[in-house]
Design a protein around this ligand. Structure first.
Ligand code: TYM
Length: 332
C-alpha cells in the first residue's frame, strides 16, 4: 500500500518561489509514488486575514497555481480545506488535549504576537492543532513543507501520540516533514534578510505569476552591498541570499562562474542580477502561461474542486468515525 502524503498552502495571495521550492515542487514529484492529498488552507488563512476581501478569488489562485505547476487531479486529491468539515471536527477533539503552554511556545505564534499584536486570536494559538487535524485526518506519514513548518510537524506528532495514548489506540501514525533533497528548504527573499514571504513585502517575493518585466524590476532592486573587498571573503547575508536564489533557478556552471568572480573581487552586481532575473524568467514562464490559461476555465476548476472534496471527505469520514468511537460518542 502507498504511504499517504498531506500538505497545504494558505490562500493569502499568489504563490511565490518559496512556496514552490519549499512545497509544491515536492507535491508534483510525489504524486505518482504516494497517496497524496494537497489542499488549500482557507481556514488557516482566517487566523491572519479574518475578513479577506476576496477569499474565493484567493482560493482560486492557489487551485490554478497547483494545477499550473503540474499537480494532476487524476492522480492526486486536490481540495479546499473548508469543503471538508471533518477537519474542523478533529481540530476540536485535538484542542481538548493541547495545552496552553505548548501552544504558546510555538515559534509561529510568537512571531504573530509581534506582527499582529492587535489580533492575537484563539485561532492563532491553536494553529498547530488545526494543522495536525489536516494531517491526521488522512493518517499521513509524509508532509512536504519548507523549513519554517518543521516545528508544526513536531507538534503534530505530539498531538497524534497523545490521542493514541489517551484512547489506547494506534489510530494516528507519526508524520514527518519531507523534502526530496535531504534538508528542508528555506528560500530567501530579495530584501537582504530572512526568507521569501508575503509578509516581508511585495518587493522581496518573486511570484509564479510575475511577468518578465516585473521580475527584472524586482531583482534589479534586490538589496546588495558595495562589493567584496578581499579575496575569498565570506558573503554577507544579502549577497548569500542572491547566490542561494541563483542556486535554485540557474544552471550550476552559471552559479560557479559568479561565485568565482565574487571570490576574485571581480563581480559586477548589475550583471549578476541580470543573469539571475533571466534565469528566473526561464523558470517561471511556462508556469505563468499555464496560470493564464487555466484561470479562464472556471468549469474545469469547479469540477476539480468538487471531485477533490468528495475524495477527501471519503477518507476524512472514515477517520472521524473511528475517532468518535474511540472517544466514546455513541448514537441512541
Ligand atoms: P504557508 O501558506 O505559509 O506556506 C506554504 C508552504 O510554502 C512553504 N514556504 C517556504 N518554503 C521555503 N522557503 C520559503 N521562503 C517559504 N515560504 C513558504 C511553507 O513551508 C509551506 O510548506 N501552515 C502551513 C499551511 C498548512 C499545512 C497544513 C501544511 C496548513 N495545514 C498541513 C502542511 C500540512 C503554512 O502556513 O504554509
Amino acid at each position: 500500500m502507498k504511504e499517504t502524503v498531506v500538505s497545504g498552502i494558505r490562500p493569502t495571495g499568489k504563490l511565490h518561489l518559496g512556496n514552490y521550492f519549499g512545497a509544491v515542487k515536492n507535491f508534483v514529484k510525489m504524486q505518482y509514488d504516494y497517496n497524496c492529498y494537497f489542499f488549500i488552507a482557507d481556514l488557516h488563512s482566517l487566523t491572519t486575514h479574518p475578513t479577506p476581501g476576496d477569499l474565493h478569488g484567493y482560493v482560486k489562485h492557489v487551485l490554478v497555481e497547483y494545477l499550473a505547476c503540474g499537480i494532476n487531479p487524476e492522480e492526486t486529491t486536490i481540495y479546499v480545506q473548508s469543503d471538508v468539515p471533518e477537519v474542523a471536527e478533529l481540530y476540536l477533539y485535538l484542542n481538548m488535549n493541547a495545552y496552553l503552554g505548548e501552544l504558546e511556545r510555538s515559534a509561529s505564534f510568537k512571531d504573530k504576537i509581534r506582527s499582529q499584536s492587535d489580533n492575537v486570536n484563539a485561532g492563532l494559538l491553536t494553529y498547530p492543532t488545526l494543522m495536525a487535524a489536516d494531517i491526521l485526518i488522512h493518517k499521513a506519514t509524509k508532509v512536504p513543507v519548507g523549513k519554517d513548518q518543521e516545528q508544526h510537524l513536531e507538534m503534530t506528532r505530539t498531538f497524534g501520540n497523545r490521542f493514541n495514548r489517551l484512547y489506547n489506540t494506534d489510530l494516528f501514525p507519526e508524520s514527518f516533514a519531507f523534502n526530496y533533497s535531504e534538508n528542508l528548504v528555506k528560500v530567501p527573499g530579495l530584501d537582504g534578510k530572512g526568507k521569501m514571504s508575503k509578509s516581508s513585502g511585495e518587493g522581496s517575493c518573486i511570484y509564479l505569476a510575475d511577468s518578465p518585466e516585473v521580475i527584472r524590476k524586482k531583482v534589479s532592486r534586490a538589496v546588495t552591498d558595495g562589493g567584496p573587498t578581499a579575496e575569498n571573503q565570506p558573503k554577507p547575508e544579502a549577497i548569500q541570499n542572491l547566490f542561494d536564489l541563483m542556486k535554485i533557478v540557474s544552471p550550476a556552471d552559471t552559479m560557479a562562474h559568479f561565485d568565482a568572480l565574487y571570490n576574485k573581487c571581480e563581480i559586477r552586481y548589475g550583471d549578476f542580477k541580470k543573469q539571475l532575473a533571466e534565469d528566473m524568467i526561464i523558470f517561471n514562464s511556462p508556469i505563468r502561461e499555464k496560470i493564464e490559461e487555466l484561470s479562464k476555465d472556471t468549469s474545469y476548476l469547479r469540477q476539480v474542486a468538487k471531485h477533490g472534496a468528495l475524495k477527501a471527505r471519503e477518507s476524512a469520514q472514515k477517520t472521524i468515525k473511528e475517532a468518535r468511537e474511540l472517544i466514546g460518542f455513541k448514537s441512541f
